[in-house]
Structures are given as structure tokens and as C-alpha cells.
Unconditional design. Structure first.
Length: 260
């Protein structure tokens, strides 16, 4: 399919999703599918609901960014206490400590220098004022060019909560250029495909660092299988990570439409 047809179909899908009222503003941002091995960013903020979502969803891209010399900050909202096998006791302090150590090991592999652990219990409902204020302060301090966050359509309530916190924290903040939504539990409608063949080993090792979670499910196979699909379906060899990228304004508009 020619590039202009892909662009046309992407814009038609966008128009149906946003409605004509928001379509004009949306078209100011490039929404057709872009495939690349490079990402140009000076500062990035990665929002991870749990201490593994960053590695699973965008570990290869994180490594790509840190290798370029850019700064990456990862903020974990929930403590990961719910990431246990069925039937096991939940929210035990030992598991929380283990998952934090695993996240730090994975960060070393990916080249991440700054991590924050907000420590909210898994399944905490609703974005509290403290969480919104903490994220707003973090965004103002980091001043990221891009914020990475799981898609608000991701089929996990904690991922949805993080999006709600983000949307409310972005009010009256103008330092962020783009939002890149990544996929973990649910494949997304992607307009950015990032080839991660050069970063594959680092991503695999970062996933393996989360031993407690690999004992529960075959995350490595599932994640890398999705990455292989993303590359192959777009006519590329190897593996790739997929994102939905937009301006903060358009991302917020999309999110609010899901509330109706």
C-alpha cells in the first residue's frame, strides 16, 4: 500500500474516533505509521503502573534513548504486591521488596539512572490528590520531551488509573511535547513502530530481571512474541515496539471520549 493511502486510512480512523470537531487539530500532528530505528529526545519520563511494565512495554526504546545519552526517569505508581500466583497471599512486604530490587536491576541493564517508587498498593481505586500533585511536580522537575505511559485502553485497572492521574496532572502544564502510549496487556492502534533489534539483548535481560513475575506467567515469550508481530506485520525483520503518539492535548481528548 502506498504511503499516501496509509496516511489517508489513518486519518479517516482518527476522524471517526475523535469526531469532526477535533479532527482539524489532530491533523496538525503526524498520525500516519512511522517505522524507525531512531528516536531523538533529550529527556524522557516513563510512567509504569508496576515494577515491570516499563521493560515489557518499551524496554528496547528506553535502552535506545539512554544509549543516545539522553536522560530517562521511570516512575512506578503501584508496589507490585498483586503480582503473585493465583491463591498466594497478596500484598506481602517481601514481594514488594523483591519487585523493587528487580526493577533496579532491570534499570541498570537499560541504562536508567533515575527511578521513583510511589508505593501505592496494587488495585488502589481512583487518583488521589497526592498522586496527581506528585506526578505534576515530577513533570515540572524533569521537563520531559516525551512521556511514555501504558495506553488508557490497556486492559488493566491500574493502567487506567495511571492514565487518569496523568490527564489530571497535565492541567496547565506546557513543558511536554508528546505522549507515547505503549502496549502491555492490550495491543493498540499504533502510529509509531520502533525497531529494537540492536536493543533486543538488553530488553531480554531486563525482562529476565523480573524473576518473581516470570515464575507466575510466561511474560518473556508473550512480550517478545508481540514485538515480533509488530515488526513482521509492518514488513520488517526482527522485533519492534509499538506506540500511539500524539500531542498531550489530543491524548487527553481521546481519553475523555472513553469516559462517555
Amino acid at each position: 500500500m502506498t504511503k499516501w493511502l496509509k496516511t489517508l486510512f489513518s486519518l479517516n480512523s482518527l476522524k471517526k474516533a475523535l469526531g469532526s470537531e477535533l479532527f482539524y487539530n489532530a491533523t496538525k500532528f503526524n498520525f500516519h505509521v512511522e517505522i524507525s530505528e531512531e528516536i531523538h529526545v533529550k529527556k524522557a519520563l516513563v510512567l509504569a503502573p508496576h515494577p515491570d511494565d516499563d521493560c515489557f512495554g518499551c524496554g528496547g526504546t528506553i535502552k535506545k534513548i539512554t544509549e543516545s545519552g539522553a536522560e530517562v526517569t521511570v516512575a512506578y505508581f503501584f508496589d507490585g504486591s498483586g503480582g503473585v500466583k493465583t491463591g498466594e497471599a497478596k500484598r506481602n512486604n517481601e514481594l514488594v521488596s523483591t519487585r523493587k530490587k528487580e526493577a533496579k536491576s532491570a534499570a541498570d541493564i537499560l541504562g536508567v539512572k533515575q527511578q521513583l517508587f510511589f508505593g501505592y498498593k496494587d488495585g488502589t481505586s481512583g487518583p488521589g490528590v497526592a498522586a496527581i500533585r506528585a506526578l505534576r511536580d515530577l513533570i515540572k522537575r524533569v521537563e520531559p520531551d516525551i512521556i511514555f505511559v501504558p495506553s488508557f485502553l490497556d486492559n488493566h485497572p491500574d493502567h487506567r488509573t495511571v492514565n487518569e492521574i496523568l490527564v489530571k496532572a497535565l492541567v496547565k502544564i506546557e513543558v511536554v511535547s508528546e505522549i507515547w502510549a505503549y502496549e502491555v496487556w492490550t495491543p493498540i492502534l499504533a502510529n509509531r513502530i520502533m525497531l529494537i533489534n540492536a536493543e533486543l539483548d538488553a530488553k531480554q535481560q531486563s525482562i529476565k530481571a523480573h524473576e518473581s513475575q516470570l515464575a507466575s506467567r510466561g511474560y518473556e515469550k508473550a512480550v517478545l512474541g508481540l514485538n515480533q508481530y509488530r515488526a513482521e506485520i509492518n514488513g520488517e525483520k526482527g522485533l519492534a515496539e509499538a506506540f500511539f503518539a500524539s500531542t498531550p492535548e489530543i491524548y487527553i481528548d481521546f481519553y475523555k471520549k472513553t469516559l462517555n
